[in-house]
Design a protein around this ligand. Structure first.
Ligand code: ADP
Length: 757
């Protein structure tokens, strides 16, 4: 068989082999549809290329221009696209641009310099003729292939996760095999061409394997093991082999040693060899394993010390540290977390407890049938690689993907009981950048199983902690409620004091003046003028009594059946004008300024005109009472437009520059008969600075506002007569209270007779 025959046969064999490969890839296409499609195109181009080569060889057809090489270039381009899809390159156009430019340049040279060639003399007899067109084609092939290899290699180097990197490493090796094979074929020298064909085909088989199955064996570990076995076998066989060789090489005619002794010597060496081979091999094995692969761990000892360490830990953070610390020592990882799963009715609440590395504490809520949860249900370690490439786990939601990306873990090992998932141990890639071996994963799973009880204990403990915290809060609440009750109790007893004081003062006046009136009348000493004056005193005292009693009745009405209101269309500017009217004189005397903003723009609201005037008089009256001379009071009003599904409402803020209110009394001042300060002080006038009142103004104002379905509250930093922090009373009133049955009653402008300051 001459060389040509061998070449032709190789090409035929290659066509058959590639066709088989193409069929195999086609059958397994469902796994990674897109990349398989491009690989099929590549294999198909390869077959065409081999056919063209067959014609060139068999019939000596010299395609002119060099068509087979152009087809090969198209093949390289397709190989690049397959690689791009496989390695998930973000941008494909650079490759497409580069490869099309290369092919077009080669074609252009064909067109413009078809017959130009370079003749290189090889020796005296033969020369090598290289057409420019072929040269450009080879150069293009070289550039494209090198770029492809370099880029994939760089990607492999930059990939953090070992299994992801392994996949790329495998691809690089297969690519390299294809490229080297092609280079060898180019040489067109018998042995090299055959070797090239085989290498290229093996490369193509590798590519097909990588494309059609996502689970690729661990290239580096396997290479390491092969190397280790080779070294172990070689070294351990060395002594025996060398001894035997030594004996065999002994000169036959050593006179002093009889022949039978030589035989005995050989027998002894072989026996010793057999005897010592195994222990020596074990020794070598241990040595090589220690320095090349790493020592095996003593599983039972690890499990024992791990169980002891976690059983002593009750705090969740501590537990996470212990778990990840042990694993990091064992597997040399620098990243890890305990991830807690709390089962809810239709979802899991998942919370990482970081232990090592920068890990976000971000919680995520996943439904029971989410891809991640389903993947973990198999009760075995789950690799991030599986989540990314196993078609069974396809369809991770964007939220899941983002969360997992932030965690950046290599393996998730479930901690589960029969009732469901309790948590996960998550560990990052190893320092050595080697993938986790099945044995290691198994060990982590055993440790995870050991963690169930410790995790449950830590959970109970933390629940206990939060219950304790709750109880502490409740206790605090209880204490403040107690304080409040005590104050209320005091208020109740103060009420008697206040009421008797408040009532006694005007009563004493009435009695005193009427006594004077009677006595003077007896003596007939009363002038008309005196009578008018005494009667006016009596009148004022009675009015005071009346207003106090009205206020008390109003307040008691609040308790019995709330406030009975008559809703009419009411303008708040009129309300405020009337509310302020009785206070103007006092404000003038005490040089307190009043500013009212924004009321004119307010729409009419439905409300009880008289009651609103009463409420605002009480509030502005208080502002006057608790603001020292020369202070200022501001009333700001505005309409707050409704949000969806809600009514419009108005907000009125009454702010003063007065003494302020201690925050601990912010609620209490709205209670009946509560007033800050000494209950022995009796009413000293409704407008005097700090003039004590009966403690009914705010409860009545609150009753009125709430009967309008509104709210009232106060904001003030503290009470301070020196620095005067001031108080701000907020009043919210709906424009159209739901319960308001508007009557067409006209707005009344008469001054209400039950005002109390
Ligand atoms: P009083 O009749 O005593 O004014 P209120 O019910 O109107 O009763 O007010 C209760 C208490 O709230 C008052 O005793 C006073 O201490 C405090 N208070 C009310 N308004 C103000 C204010 N604008 N600035 C400071 N303290 C206020």
């Amino acid at each position: 068989m001459n060389i040509l025959d061998v070449h032709t046969l190789t090409v035929i064999a290659a066509v058959v082999a590639y066709t088989v490969l193409l069929i195999a890839a086609f059958i397994r296409r469902s796994q990674q549809e897109k990349q398989t499609r491009w690989l099929l195109a590549f294999l198909f181009t390869t077959i065409i290329w081999e056919f063209l080569r067959f014609f060139t060889l068999q019939f000596s057809i010299d395609f002119f221009p060099d068509i087979p090489t152009k087809v090969l270039l198209v093949g390289t381009m397709l190989l690049g696209v397959t690689t791009a899809v496989y390695a998930n390159w973000p941008r494909l156009h650079f490759w497409l641009l580069l490869s099309s430019a290369a092919i077009l340049t080669a074609l252009a040279i064909d067109f413009f310099l078809p017959a130009e060639a370079l003749t290189i003399p090889i020796d005296n007899e033969s020369t090598l003729t290289i057409y420019y067109t072929s040269f450009v084609s080879y150069l293009s092939w070289f550039v494209l292939s090198s770029y492809l290899l370099a880029r994939t290699w760089r990607e492999y180097r930059n990939t953090r996760f070992p299994w992801h990197a392994n996949r790329l490493l495998f691809w690089v090796i297969a690519l390299l095999s294809v490229v080297v094979g092609e280079a060898l074929i180019f040489f067109n020298w018998s042995g090299l061409t055959i070797a090239g064909q085989i290498t290229r085909f093996l490369g193509a088989v590798g590519l097909t394997y990588a494309v059609s199955s996502y689970r690729i064996f661990d290239v580096r570990t396997r290479a390491q093991r092969v190397l280790a076995t080779t070294i172990i076998t070689t070294i351990s066989a060395l002594p025996v082999v060398s001894a035997v060789l030594l004996v065999l090489w002994l000169p036959d005619d050593i006179p002093r040693i009889p022949e039978f002794l030589t035989t005995v010597f050989i027998a002894v060496i072989i026996t010793l060899g057999i005897f010592f081979y195994q222990p020596f091999r074990n020794l070598v094995e241990r040595f090589v394993y220690r320095y090349l692969i790493g020592e095996d761990v003593n599983t039972s000892q690890v499990v024992r010390s791990y169980s002891q360490a976690i059983s002593r830990t009750l705090d969740m953070q501590q537990l996470s540290l212990v778990i990840v610390g042990t694993l990091s020592e064992l597997l040399e990882t620098t990243r890890g977390a305990l991830i807690l799963f709390t089962k809810m009715e239709d979802h899991y609440e998942i919370e990482p407890i970081p232990a090592m590395g920068r890990i976000p504490r971000k919680k995520i809520y996943l439904s029971h049938d989410s891809v991640f949860i389903q993947a973990l249900q198999q009760h075995q370690p789950l690799l991030q690689y599986e989540l990314d490439f196993n078609p069974d786990h396809a369809g991770l939601s964007e939220e899941e993907q983002e969360w997992l990306q932030e965690l950046a873990m290599e393996v998730y090992v479930p901690i589960s009981t029969s009732s469901g998932m309790n948590g996960l141990i998550a560990i990052g890639p190893k320092n050595s950048a080697l993938p986790y071996q099945p044995g290691e994963l198994e060990l982590v799973q055993i440790l995870a199983d050991q963690t169930v009880v410790a995790l449950q204990n830590a959970r109970l403990y933390s629940e206990l902690g939060s219950q304790n915290e709750k109880i502490r809060h409740l206790n605090k609440d209880l204490v403040s409620q107690n304080e409040r009750l005590e104050i209320m109790d005091r208020v109740k007893s103060d009420f008697i004091t206040i009421a008797s004081h408040e009532l006694r003062t005007p009563l004493t006046q009435v009695k005193g003046y009427s006594d004077i009136l009677a006595a003077m009348n007896e003596e007939n000493a009363l002038t008309r003028e005196q009578t008018r004056e005494i009667v006016s005193h009596i009148n004022r005292a009675t009015l005071q009594l009346e207003s106090l009693i009205t206020a008390m009745l109003d307040a008691s009405q609040l308790d019995v059946d709330g406030m009975q209101l008559t809703f009419v269309q009411t303008r708040l500017d009129t309300v405020l004008r009337l509310a302020v009217e009785p206070l103007i004189q006092a404000m003038r005397e005490r040089r307190i300024s009043l500013e009212i903003n924004g009321v004119e723009e307010l729409p009419s609201i439905y409300g009880d005109f008289k009651r609103l005037v009463q409420a605002f008089t009480n509030l502005i009256g208080n502002a006057v009472k608790y603001t020292p001379d020369h202070g200022s009071i501001t009333v700001d009003a505005m309409l707050v437009p409704s949000e969806e599904g809600e009514e419009d409402y108005v907000e009125i803020v009454i702010a003063d520059t007065g003494i302020g209110i201690d925050p601990k009394f912010h609620d209490l001042i709205f209670e009946k008969f509560f007033r800050i300060g000494d209950p022995q002080l009796h009413s000293t006038g409704s407008t005097k600075f700090r003039g004590a009142g009966p403690g009914l103004g705010l409860p009545i104002a609150k009753g009125v506002i709430e009967a309008h379905e509104g709210h009232i509250w106060v904001e003030s930093e503290r009470e301070d007569e020196e620095r005067l922090p001031g108080s701000r009373f907020y009043i919210i009133l709906p424009v159209q209270p739901a319960g308001a049955e508007a009557t067409a009653e006209a707005v009344t402008t008469t001054r209400p007779d039950y005002l109390v300051g």
